[in-house]
Write a protein that binds this ligand. Structure first.
Ligand code: SAH
Length: 290
């Protein structure tokens, strides 16, 4: 598989810890709860995102860090070096600087893995993406994943989100994850085995290849169910999945392909709360219940 994309920033200082630091410092994600919990951040520190991405060549821009810093400082201070310049001149200078930066940027061919520590969704092939880390963190937090829980994930992708969910439900928990694209199902399995080891993989996960839009009733009941691909609000029937939650209580979290992320809380088989977070975009859910 060869991919050529023009995304991302490649800085030598980037690693998984710097990515998690960035998420920790975010004060306003989806205009909701401003801080990520300690447990979620810890889980994200354990799971190295780079290890879950395909090792394929991508073409990306490389910006000289010093020039980026100079432009950034100018933007933040609201002025260019010459304080006698009018606002208009300052804007022209800033714009010229930005254009020069783009023109002079070198393009480099690197492994997609080198872009892993950017807080952006990244391609994993087959027109699918590894979600934005901030989104993974947000979803894990909203679901209040706790040790011992049994979780259903629809959309395994590369296995990154599943690995973090698994850290949060361990010890004693289980992540059942369904992926509709056989190649990605296989890729996620390899990634998770490489990451956790064969034995721990079998303790922690059950990966299924197939359509998960109707859930996995034979594997339930679940404490939590979440989708990593977006539904069409007027067609998708959440009750099909909600029925697979434990009777005492559970949560169902699903995004629209473009629009809202919806969290539903159930107790004694009834929906007792619903919350929405606006401004999300996900790859489209396929299958029977989209
Ligand atoms: N959590 C993933 C994100 C993957 S993107 C990660 O961390 O990488 C969403 C995934 O959902 C894609 O891999 C896509 O193939 C899968 N998907 C879409 N519709 C599906 C369905 N009906 N059942 C199972 N998987 C589905």
């Amino acid at each position: 598989m060869v991919m050529f994309i023009r995304v991302g920033l490649l800085l030598h200082t980037m690693n998984n810890d710097s990515l998690v630091d960035l998420i920790e410092s975010e004060t306003n994600y989806l205009r909701a709860r401003s801080k990520r919990s300690k447990r979620v951040l810890e889980a994200m520190r354990k799971v190295d995102r780079g290890a879950f991405l395909p090792d394929v060549p991508v073409e990306c821009f490389f910006f000289e860090p010093n020039i980026v810093k100079k432009l950034r400082d100018q933007l933040l201070s609201g002025s260019t070096t010459n304080s006698k310049e009018s606002t208009e001149e300052q804007l022209v200078n800033l714009a010229t600087g930005a254009v020069k930066l783009l023109i002079n940027a070198r393009t480099l061919t690197v492994s997609l893995r080198a872009l892993a520590y950017n807080n952006i969704p990244l391609p994993i092939g087959y027109e699918q993406t590894c979600s934005q880390p901030s989104m993974v963190a947000f979803m894990c937090d909203e679901l209040e994943l706790q040790p011992g829980m049994k979780v259903l994930e629809v959309g395994t992708g590369c296995g990154y989100h599943a690995a973090i969910a698994s850290e949060l439900v361990s010890p004693g928990g289980k992540v059942v994850s369904i992926e509709i694209i056989p190649e990605l199902h296989k890729f996620a399995k390899e990634n998770l085995i490489a990451y956790f080891g064969e034995r721990e993989f079998h303790n922690r996960f059950k990966l299924i290849c197939g359509d998960g839009s109707m859930g996995a009733p034979e594997e339930g009941p679940f404490d939590r169910i979440y989708l990593t691909a977006g539904v069409e609000q007027d067609r998708f029937k959440p009750e099909v999945l909600a029925e697979q939650l434990s009777y005492e209580g559970g949560m169902l979290l699903f995004p629209e392909a473009e629009g809202k992320l919806i969290l539903q809380c159930y107790s004694s088989g009834k929906k007792v709360e619903e919350r929405e977070f606006t401004g999300v975009r996900f790859v489209a859910l396929k299958g029977e219940n989209t």
